[in-house]
Design a protein around this ligand. Structure first.
Ligand code: URA
Length: 252
């Protein structure tokens, strides 16, 4: 079993314990594991879907999108970033998870959701049998860190939107899960608050000039951002209710 499989198993067991004890996720750091002997077949639900196996009919690939994100200068955030965080996960995900924007850890490593909010996100996903290493792809509405973690400006979200659109076209997820207000409002073109948007299914449709290019609508559900749950633990229960709705749909 390698370190990633060990981590997935430990997160699953921790999460199960948290729910039995408290009825929701607790705040805890992810354990760190070293690679050990690779036990054949020990990985739970792992997949060989690697990032470079997805490509659309027009030849787009996740690697091409990531390279374009890393060299993007379409808005002012490029001048302040250390590394852009294009996104990561399964090449054929059931769920595309969309957050707001990278924070400081993400900016340093060029990976989405790896700080404290990301660790909680991983546990939230694990509780409904999802993970970035098997059946989810995780990204943000904006791929570069806004200074001081401020909310991305509309112009920054607009500049980054074509990357997200390419990722959605390529990944064709069965569901989209928006974490928090910014992702939900951006994807649904609404100014409604997250308290109104969360926990309901909407149809996401791509914004293309040509309606024939829009493809099938993708069911989208939003919940509270894990950072909000870390600040306000009483939001964990409603967030869990939202995730259960997604789980129910995933199982049918
Ligand atoms: N918050 C987000 O919305 N995205 C990240 O990648 C990290 C924190």
């Amino acid at each position: 079993m390698n370190a990633e499989d060990k981590l997935r198993l430990a997160v699953l067991l921790d999460t199960a314990g948290d729910f039995l004890r408290d009825g929701h996720w607790r705040d805890r750091d992810a354990p760190v594991f070293a690679d050990g002997a690779d036990i054949e077949g020990a990985a739970i639900g792992s997949t060989n879907d690697t990032i470079d196996t997805a490509s659309t009919a027009n030849g787009d690939t996740l690697e091409a999108i990531a390279a374009a994100v890393r060299s993007c200068t379409a808005c002012g955030l490029c001048a302040m970033r250390i590394l852009a965080a294009p996104g990561e996960g399964a090449a054929h995900p059931r769920v595309l998870v969309i957050g707001e924007a990278p924070g400081s850890e993400e900016d340093e490593k060029g990976r989405p959701f790896i700080g404290p909010a990301g660790q909680l996100l991983d546990r939230m996903l694990a509780s409904i049998a999802l993970s970035r290493s098997t059946n989810c792809f995780i990204t943000n509405t904006v791929k570069c860190r806004p200074p001081g973690n401020r909310t991305p400006l509309p112009a920054e979200t607009a500049a980054c939107a074509p990357f997200l659109a390419r990722q959605i076209r390529l990944l064709q997820p069965a569901f989209i899960l928006c974490m928090g207000r910014v992702a939900a409002q951006t994807m649904l073109h609404t100014s409604e608050g997250i308290g109104h948007i969360r926990g309901r299914f909407f149809d996401y449709r791509a914004d293309t000039a040509d309606a024939a290019d829009r493809g099938e609508p993708i069911p989208l559900i939003a919940t509270y951002h894990p950072s909000a749950l870390l600040r306000e633990p009483n939001l964990k229960r409603p967030a869990w209710e939202d995730l259960k709705k997604l789980l129910e749909r995933l199982q049918t």
